[in-house]
Ligand binder design. Structure first.
Ligand SMILES: [Zn+2]
Length: 232
């Protein structure tokens, strides 16, 4: 039997089965949440679990939506490619020789071999993302490290789909998602600040949020935008 419930503004399909453990799944294409719970588990218990996982659920939902959107991009002529929060039109010129990508007033002009695969065309866009992030991040890190009063040991960029960033509080190394180059630059700034604040406070508790409120008062709105929810 399936029941529809709402916890923390999230609609959830709750299914009961004769099982031992509870399972939470986030389904494509829209990130619908489905929980399969043991017959005897109370709704209160389920509610507590979901509320403790809200941040994670939002991130996963966005990842599912993004992955679905990404599958829709074939990297062919005329495709809309997100870059720093705006849609650029991909313009492809097929030509033998070295591949080249030029950014020009709303256009991404890609020169590439006619037989190039979708993955090879995507790789060119990904290098543009990486190059731009590598250019922006050191500047942001330097500025925010001095504002916050912490020092990281450096950063790396990875094509993470489920998280925007991570901070290893032991090694003080920060990892940022390649996907951030698709979003508005203020989103990158928010994630940099968020990860650096982890060097002051490890968990997402009230102290952590108080630091964010202090350093970047508009962070909640940026976070919502980052996770694709409409803000008013
Ligand atoms: Zn965090």
């Amino acid at each position: 039997m399936t029941k529809n419930i709402i916890i923390g503004n999230i609609p959830i399909e709750l299914e009961r089965k004769k099982i031992k453990n509870m399972y939470l799944r986030i389904l494509p294409p829209k990130g619908q949440v489905r929980i399969t719970a043991p017959l005897r588990m109370s709704e209160e218990e389920i509610r507590k679990f979901v509320l403790s996982k809200l941040d994670w659920i939002h991130t996963q939902q966005q990842a599912v939506i993004d992955r679905h959107l990404e599958e829709d991009i074939n990297y062919v002529d005329g495709d809309a490619i997100p870059f720093w929060g705006e849609d650029y039109t991909l313009q492809i010129q097929e030509k033998n020789g070295r591949s080249k990508l030029v950014v020009e007033e709303g256009l991404l002009k890609l020169t590439i071999r006619p037989e190039a695969t979708k993955e090879q065309r995507k790789k060119m866009i990904d290098s543009l993302y990486k190059e731009n992030l590598n250019h922006e991040i050191p500047r942001l890190m330097a500025r925010w490290e001095s504002t916050i009063g912490v020092k990281s040991t450096g950063f790396s960029i990875r094509d993470m789909k489920t998280r925007w960033g991570t901070c290893n509080v032991r090694t003080k190394k920060i990892c940022l998602s390649l996907q951030l180059a698709k979003k508005h630059p203020k989103c990158l700034e928010y994630v940099v600040v968020h990860e650096l604040v982890h060097l002051l406070e490890r968990s997402h508790n009230h102290v952590f949020k108080a630091y964010l409120d202090h350093f970047l008062p508009g962070w909640r709105q940026i976070k919502q935008e980052l996770n694709g929810k409409k803000t008013s």
